[in-house]
Every structure is written in C-alpha cells, then in structure tokens.
Design a protein around this ligand. Structure first.
Ligand SMILES: [Zn+2]
Length: 471
C-alpha cells in the first residue's frame, strides 16, 4: 500500500494512526489472500482475476449466523457459519472469502458437490445443481484453523486476547468481501471461562456451561462483512448510553478502567457535539474498545457502529481529539463511504478537521490563530503543499487546513450547512469528491473552482487569495 495509516498531525504533534486510510486502500481488495495483512505492511500478492465466465460473486448476502469456539491460548478457532444468500445470476459455482480450512460445505442442508481452495485464497463451492438467479439459499460452512497465522490484523493484546483490526473478510468467518454487500450479522462465540467476547450491536445474556462461556452478539443494522468485529480479552465491559439514548458498550483493557474512564466520559460529550454538527448518530448502538499494549503497528480504527483504540495508554497516539477523529468516521467514512484512494479526503480530511473542531468547542481554541500558525509553519515546506488531496495524499495534515480555509471562504453558516447536508444527502452511498465541490458551491452560492484547484488539485501553496491567511 502506498498509503500509511499513520501521519503526523500538527501542531499537537500527535499521530492519528487512523486505520481508515489503509482500509480505503484495501477496499478494492475484496479477496482474502491478497487482502491479508496489507494494511500492516505485509507483502501484497497479485489479485487473482475473476474467471471469464463471471458469476462467482454474483450473489447478495442477507445474513451471517456465525458460531465459533475459540481458545486464546492455542489460538485455535472452530467455526460453523450459515450464510443466507440470494443469487443475482445463475450460479454453477461461487466463491466465499475464507482463510481458514473448510471441512464441510452444505447448501440448504445437503452437501455441496465439491468445494476447494479458490485462486484468491477463499473457498469455491460447486452446488449439486446450478442455482438459478433470484433463488435464496443457505450455505453452511464448518471450518477451523489459526486465524492469527501470518495475519497481523488478528491483533493480540497483552492479556493474550485478540481484536480484529482491518482483518480481511475471511479471517474468522466465511463471507463476501464486497464492501457494498451489507448483511445482518450474528455471532455466538464460545471461549473458556474468564474470557469476554465483544463484537458489535447488541448482546444477549452470557450462557455458561462446563467451564466455557458463550457470548451472543447481533447487529442492529446490516453491515459490510469487513465491519464485523471479533474481540476477546480479560476485559471490563461497561454499558451506558449516549446522550441521545443510544446504547454504548465500552470495553476496557484489564485493570485500566479507572484510568480510561475519563475517555469514556469525553466520548459521550464528543458524540453529542458531533451529532449537533453532522446530524443524528447514524447507528443504533456504539461499541468502543479502550485497549492497551496491542502491537503499536495496529492503528486506531472505526467501523460501522464501533471504534477501536488499541493503545489508549499511550498519549503519543491517543487523546480526546483522536476520539473525535474516529467517531467522525461514523458519518464520514461509514455512513458516507469512500472506496477509492482519490476520495480519501471525503473521510480523512473531515475526521482530521474534527480534531480541530473539538478543542474549539470544548476548550475555546482559536482556530483562525491555529490556521495562521499552520500556514506560517508550512510557508516554505514544499513537501506539505506537494501532497495532492485529490490523490488522497496529505489528508491528515493539509486536509484540515484546507477545510478551515474553506470555512473562512464560505462563512460559518454555509460551512455548518455543508457539514450536515453531506451525510444527510449521501448517506448509504460512496460518492466522488466532485459531488462535495458541487454541494459546497450550491450551499454557498460561490464559484469555488479556483479555490478547489488550488487547495485540492494543486501541488504548491495556494495564492494569497485562496489562503486568506490575513483576513
Ligand atoms: Zn481517519
């Protein structure tokens, strides 16, 4: 990946280490083998090309019902997953992403004619008879293996537990890696007593039996398979609500609750603030993981309905502005998605600008002064200006400076309207950057071609007229 998940953020000097950049770049890589570990700097094998006859991914998943048994000490997972599918073309065979070893595959209760490892590291299933377009059916896969084998996105915690961060689809259950294919998700995970499993959505009471515990999590809204989380640790789990009543599950690293609680309180305040800026929180639940001492290679991450801070103990990587950044992705990144590197600014520039907005709101920081300081600091810094936002570069540092310039250009009221109107209008879609420029021009009534040419497509400092650093 050309894009690194961590970029410096000035002037706080904190590194955002947000995983969405890597995610954005990885989204095109739907398959298991070539998605494996790419976010964390692993070699990237060539993507397998789809067979010429097509049809192998010609389906929509309606729901996943995943049952796993996991032993953290042995890092061994046994799974039994039912995937409810609708064929969108006649299917003589089809592929699912699965990095573990499939032991049996049934379709509507009958064994498949055959199944085998596919070219891209998933599993190719051949049904007894071709499945007609439009038919719905259930694929049941029993499988097992070590999901952490050469997969750094199966990130191990200090307590020996695990959290999936940027885990390619197929790491721990068979799925469709296409991020546009959203589905209901249910997880029943059995672990030895003493361990706690947290995924996303809502959970049901834990069942304890014979030295083991089964945790049951269900999504409250269809989600892409990549956003289904698996986490197990010796955690403290706290259930509260956001100000709007949304159930909030906060996961604390073992023994860190007293220390990290302040972030959970800030998180509620930040969510109220962001909801007032961007519109109502777009999900029914929120799960927040405040972990410690997970590998420092593992970035912070937002998925639909969840945020993960793997190193909340490390103030070089983590503070309230980082919380604001990741929570902003619930609107800018999950509700409105970006799929291509060139559109990364649609998510990361806004999430990075939330790192300005929160101290302005919470502590009265003077953002015009901060902006002038940024411009002054970078006046002769060619490397800063050479980053073209239109190529997805500079989104963490040049991006928020550009958005503040835009705010000065179009004024407070228009800027506030853009922040709300974008998620309202484009929620559930993956628009191009050009749509944002159109919206800003529509809302402001200004012709902003020169502004965006200079700030977004340009590779040098904008002319004074667009910098507006003195006004
Ligand atoms: Zn981000």
């Amino acid at each position: 990946m050309t894009n690194r998940p961590d970029r410096p953020l000035r002037p706080s000097r904190r590194r955002t280490r947000c995983g969405r950049a890597a995610l954005g770049a990885g989204l095109a890589l739907a398959g298991t083998a070539y998605g494996m570990g790419t976010a964390l700097g692993q070699p990237v094998p060539e993507p397998a090309t789809a067979p010429a006859d097509g049809g192998v991914r010609a389906y929509d998943v309606a729901g996943y019902d995943v049952r796993v048994t996991y032993d953290p000490e042995a890092s061994r997972l046994e799974g039994d997953a039912e995937v409810a599918v609708r064929a969108t073309a006649d299917l003589a065979r089809f592929d699912l992403d699965l990095a573990l070893t499939a032991r049996s595959v049934d379709i509507d209760g009958k064994p498949a004619r055959s199944f085998s490892r596919s070219g891209d590291g998933g599993v190719t299933v051949v049904p007894e008879e071709a499945i007609e377009e439009g038919r719905t059916f259930t694929v049941r896969v029993r499988y097992d293996g070590d999901p952490g084998r050469s997969n750094p996105s199966w990130a191990r915690g200090e307590d020996g537990g695990v959290i999936t961060v940027l885990a390619p689809v197929g790491t721990w259950f068979p799925g469709n890696g296409d991020p546009d294919d959203t589905a209901d998700f249910r997880l029943a995970a059995t672990v030895p007593d003493g361990w706690t499993v947290v995924s996303g959505g809502r959970d049901r009471p834990v069942r304890r039996h014979g030295g083991r515990s089964t945790f049951d999590w269900r999504s409250t809204k269809p989600l892409p398979a990549k956003d289904a989380l698996f986490g197990v640790g010796k955690w403290d789990v706290e259930r509260t609500r956001l100000a709007d009543g949304t159930p909030l599950t906060t996961v604390y690293a073992a023994g860190r609750k007293a220390e990290f609680e302040k972030y959970a309180d800030q998180q509620r305040e930040i969510m109220s603030f962001l909801s007032s800026e961007f519109g109502p929180y777009p999900n029914d639940t929120l799960v927040s993981y405040l972990l410690d001492s997970v590998s420092e290679e593992v970035p912070n991450l937002a998925v639909q309905g969840g945020v993960i801070f793997p190193n909340a103990e490390n103030e070089a990587y983590f503070d309230a502005t980082v919380v604001a950044h990741e929570l902003t992705h619930q609107w800018y990144g999950s509700l409105v998605r970006e799929k291509e590197q060139r559109n990364l600014c649609l998510s990361e520039c806004f999430a990075s600008y939330a790192q300005w907005m929160w101290p302005e709101f919470g502590a009265g920081e003077d953002l015009d002064a901060k902006y002038r300081q940024e411009i002054e600091e970078h006046r002769t810094d060619d490397g800063f200006w050479q980053q073209r936002l239109s190529e997805g570069r500079g989104v963490y540092d040049k991006g928020p400076v550009m958005l503040h310039a835009l705010r000065r250009q179009i004024g407070e009221a228009a800027f506030a309207e853009v922040l709300r109107e974008w998620p309202a209008r484009y929620g559930g879609t993956a628009p191009e950057w050009a749509e944002l420029e159109k919206l800003v021009q529509e809302v402001s009534g200004q012709n902003l071609k020169g502004f965006f040419d200079a700030w977004v497509r340009g590779d040098r400092a904008p002319a004074d007229a667009y910098l507006r650093s003195r006004s």
